[in-house]
Write a protein that binds this ligand. Structure first.
Ligand code: HEM
Length: 233
């Protein structure tokens, strides 16, 4: 058992499982956020029985709230092992001169060579993001306060174009991180025969693309809601 924490493959396995867990979280998170877009089209934006509001109410249920420390642990484990593996790789490849001795790395995709940097960008933006939503919703509930109206938070956050632009940069980094991370995780787990490896690559790209397109739509629709519709409606 000690081996899983110390061997290189054991550490990669921990990265893979925690990464797949975070992708499942992102799919749920994106689905609930996308309800806000459906609300805008259904005319239930801001309504008490709006789908996004119901999704947020669901996320506030005690049975879901107990998952918050599990989610936080998933993030922490993923980040800590990413750093451990990256530092190990860096040393093994001879520090800053690593690209001179590793010709295989040149053939790898941009994402595979820059997973740690993409991860750092994703993480940095999560901190920024939590101040926009989580701090005024779940944190308020945890500390005995009252959660803010989630539609109002969408409008307040995405009402400024430059915040939308920053979020889109974040989503692109997330797309690249998931696009490589998904198939890489399945390869580590051992599902890597030639036929399936190619399929996992495509499935990973599609998952990343769906997440990014849905979240971008949420940000743009929220911007439009905040600034008034330009078509006179
Ligand atoms: C348009 C994009 C997004 C919107 C509108 C959005 C919305 C929200 C909202 C409303 C919450 C608070 C939920 C609550 O307290 O009940 C939240 C929390 C959170 N978001 Fe996002 N989110 C977006 C993108 C992302 C992305 C791309 C990530 C990760 C890469 C992410 C990670 C998190 C995390 C870790 C939390 C705290 C856990 C939770 O409360 O569920 N979010 N987000």
């Amino acid at each position: 058992m000690a081996n899983i924490f110390t061997t290189s493959i054991g550490k990669k396995l921990i990265m893979s499982i925690s990464g797949l867990f975070l992708i499942i979280f992102m799919l749920l998170h994106t689905t609930i956020n996308f309800f806000s877009v459906l609300d805008a089209f259904r005319g239930t934006w801001g309504a008490e029985d709006g789908w996004f509001q119901l999704g947020c109410d669901f996320m506030a249920l005690p049975v879901v709230n107990v998952m918050v420390p599990v989610l936080a642990a998933g993030f922490l484990i993923h980040i800590i092992y990413a750093l451990i593996l990256s530092i190990g790789n860096f040393k093994a490849r001879g520090g800053v001169k690593r690209y001179e001795v590793n010709s295989r790395a040149k053939a790898d995709s941009f994402a595979s060579q820059n997973m740690i940097w993409l991860g750092i960008i994703v993480l940095g933006f999560i901190a920024f993001h939590l101040t926009h939503f989580w701090a005024d919703m779940q944190l308020q509930e945890f500390t005995g306060g009252e959660a803010e109206n989630p539609y109002m938070l969408l409008e307040r956050t995405f009402g400024q174009w430059w915040v939308v632009a920053l979020y889109i940069i974040w989503f692109i980094a997330l797309y690249m991180h998931i696009g490589h991370g998904f198939w890489s995780a399945l390869q580590t787990i051992g599902w890597n025969n030639m036929i399936w490896l190619n399929r996992w690559k495509w499935i990973g790209r599609i998952i990343g693309m769906v997440i990014v397109l849905c979240l971008t739509t949420v940000a743009i629709v929220s911007y439009i809601q905040a600034n008034g519709c330009c078509c006179g409606c």
